[in-house]
Ligand binder design. Sequence first.
Ligand SMILES: *Cc1c(COP(=O)(O)O)cnc(C)c1O
Length: 487
Amino acid sequence: MEPSSGQMMPGFEHPMDIEEFRQRGKEMVDWICDYYSGVSERPVRSSVEPGYLASQLPRSPPQKGEAWSDIMQDIEHKIMPGVTNWQSPNFFAYYPANSSAPGMLGEMLSAALNVIGFSWIGSPAATELETIVLDWLAQLLDLPACFRSHTPEGTPSEGGGVIQGSASEATLVALLAARTQAGAAPEEAHRLVAYGSDQAHSSLKKACMIAGISHCRSLPAAAANGWAMDPKALEAALEEDKAKGLKPFFLFAVVGSTNTCAIDPLLQLGPIAQEHHLWTHVDAAYAGAAAVVPEQRHLFQGLHLVDSFNMNAHKWLLTNFDCSPLWVRRSEPLKQALSLTPAVLRAKGNALDLRDWQIPLGRRFRALKLWFVIRTYGAEGLQEYIRHHIRLAKVFEGLVRAHPKFEIAAPPRLGLVCFCLKDGSREQNAALLEALNSSGRLFMVSTDVGGKLILRFALGATSVQQSHVEAAWQQISQQADQMLSQH
Ligand SMILES: *Cc1c(COP(=O)(O)O)cnc(C)c1O
């Protein structure tokens, strides 16, 4: 029948209405709580083979909607075997990806509001809360005042913070701001040079690739200075490149490298970078969280000399992925690089359209979860949390040092202990790691430094306790004894 005017059109009914959601949502919270209470019993690293899921799921989407209970059935049986349990207290791989109760509640609320805060009016609270919370976090980390959106007296400043999705995005955004600040004409772009150590995160190379910077210099870091960048090597490279007619513009320094948690010496690098008019970006994706404790702030000395600073609150600061705060000393080059609105049309001092501080247009309300975390834990709770992990790393380091068959392989720092079999070959260390990981009882990864394969024990899972560290060491040492006695 043709609908005629005045006749009601058929409406649309959603398969799950809000009252069913109320019930399913409560069930989901129960599922999550059960998952968290049992996660230490699950294998940490998934042991499925690539392609495992295709044989278990239909090739085509369903024609008619399915019952929620059927969908949830598949979670335990089909999805969970292919999940690597990053929230297990036995997860010691990579760097941690923290999750916490307030962090999850923040994610939940942000998903529910689902605002796209690219402009201030897109959701004034999203923009304003982000600015305020990053000013809070800047204080918690004791960053120089120039990185706050307002001076302590309350006047707007030239700098401020913005939450990026990842450290890699922060690297790219900083590099683009640096390129703008360098003022290189398009025909000069091929002369620009970016610098980092060979321990720098690969996001530097990727950012250069995306931005069309063909000169990305990787300076060799040496074991002798704890795999940190050598200021003399930087100076020499700068002179050499300038003599060739190139234009240095960007220094990528790391506080807490991915491989070994190496710390580049900002106090020495800063003045060199300033003399050569480089934009210095500090990548503290993992280690940045440690600045909440005063006794670790010596690792960050020299931040008053740098242009931008980034850390991942989603690594070691209890905030669910994704949350990667980036602070800049001056936001103008960033806005110049990323805004489509000509400077003359932009309201002066208007820092509020955060689309101009990032690559995408749309942006999530990420500040909520960070705000929830900071308010729930307080400065003291965050400090105790970080100290707890650093203490556990010391416990692990002590166990390694006390064992005759193992040695420490790089200066231990914060929650990371790099170690290996004493006089062990590459193959032996790799075999030990694979035996441990395939047991499912813990998960670590290895890395390559100075031509050696070493194992990384990265502390920082939200729920890790001393008992997990001791159990992990027992497995590691027993596995090694067993392996070495077979030879
Ligand atoms: C983890 C890490 C990164 C990359 O982080 P993403 O947020 O995944 O891009 C960059 N630098 C360092 C030092 C890291 O540890």
